[in-house]
Design a protein around this ligand. Structure first.
Ligand code: FNR
Length: 184
C-alpha cells in the first residue's frame, strides 16, 4: 500500500528551483510514495491570539491536509544560512494548538537546494533542530544537498535534465520509503 507524503516547499517563488526539484521527486517517488504538495504560502504569521474557535481559514486548511499524511518531505532553499521564514511559520502553525501538533511522530526527510555550491547546507541542518523538538524521526542518511541547481534544470519546463541527479534523488526516495517503514 502506498504511503501519503506531504511535499512542503520552503520557497514561495513561482519559478522556485526547490519546487521544481520537489515536483520531480513526486514523479520519481510514485507509486510507492504518494507525494502531494501542501501549500504554506497563504498561512498568516503564527500569533497565539488568533488561536480561537475560528482560527484563520488557511491554518485550518493546512492542519486538515497535514492530518491526512503519514510522512513529510521538505524541499527547501536557504535564506541567510537558515530556513526561509515561511517554512518556520508553517512549522509553528502546525505545532499548535498545544497537544494537537500535526507533526508529531511523522517521519521526515530533507532536501536542501541552492544555486550556490554548498547546497544550502545551513538550511538543511537548521531545519533538523525544530524537527527534533517536533518529534519527527528525520532520515539522517543519505543526505541531500542539491547545489548548483540552476544548471540541473531545463529552462523550458523546469524538469531535471541530469540523469545522475535523478538517480541520486530516486535512491534518496527509496531510502526514505525504507525509513518510513522502519519508524512505523
Ligand atoms: C538567498 N539565497 C541564498 N542562497 C544560499 O545558498 N544561501 C543563503 O544563505 C542565501 N540567502 C538568501 C537570502 C534571501 C532573502 C534570498 C531571497 C535568497 C539565494 C537563494 O538560494 C536563491 O534565491 C534560490 O533561487 C532560492 O530558492 P528557490 O526560490 O529557487 O527555491
Amino acid at each position: 500500500m502506498s504511503v501519503r507524503v506531504a511535499l512542503i516547499v520552503g520557497s514561495l517563488r513561482e519559478g522556485s528551483y526547490s519546487r521544481a526539484v520537489g515536483l520531480e521527486m513526486k514523479i520519481l517517488a510514485a507509486p510507492e510514495l504518494e507525494v502531494e504538495p501542501v501549500e504554506i504560502g497563504d498561512l498568516p504569521l503564527y500569533n497565539p491570539d488568533l488561536e480561537t474557535e475560528t482560527p484563520p481559514a488557511a491554518w485550518t486548511r493546512f492542519r486538515a491536509e497535514m492530518a491526512e499524511v503519514q510522512a513529510v518531505l521538505f524541499v527547501t532553499p536557504e535564506y541567510n544560512r537558515s530556513i526561509p521564514g515561511a517554512l518556520k511559520n508553517a512549522l509553528d502553525v502546525g505545532s499548535r494548538p498545544y497537544g494537537d501538533s500535526i507533526w508529531a511522530g511523522k517521519p521526515a526527510a530533507i532536501v536542501s537546494v541552492s544555486p550556490g555550491a554548498i547546497g544550502a547546507f545551513g538550511a538543511n541542518h537548521h531545519l533538523r533542530q525544530p524537527l527534533v523538538f517536533l518529534n519527527m524521526p528525520t532520515m539522517q542518511q543519505p543526505e541531500a544537498y542539491v547545489g548548483n541547481v540552476a544548471g540541473l534544470l531545463n529552462e523550458e519546463d523546469g524538469r531535471l535534465k541530469n540523469e545522475g541527479t535523478r538517480e541520486f534523488l530516486k535512491g534518496f526516495l527509496d531510502a526514505f520509503a525504507v525509513w518510513i517503514e522502519k519508524t512505523k
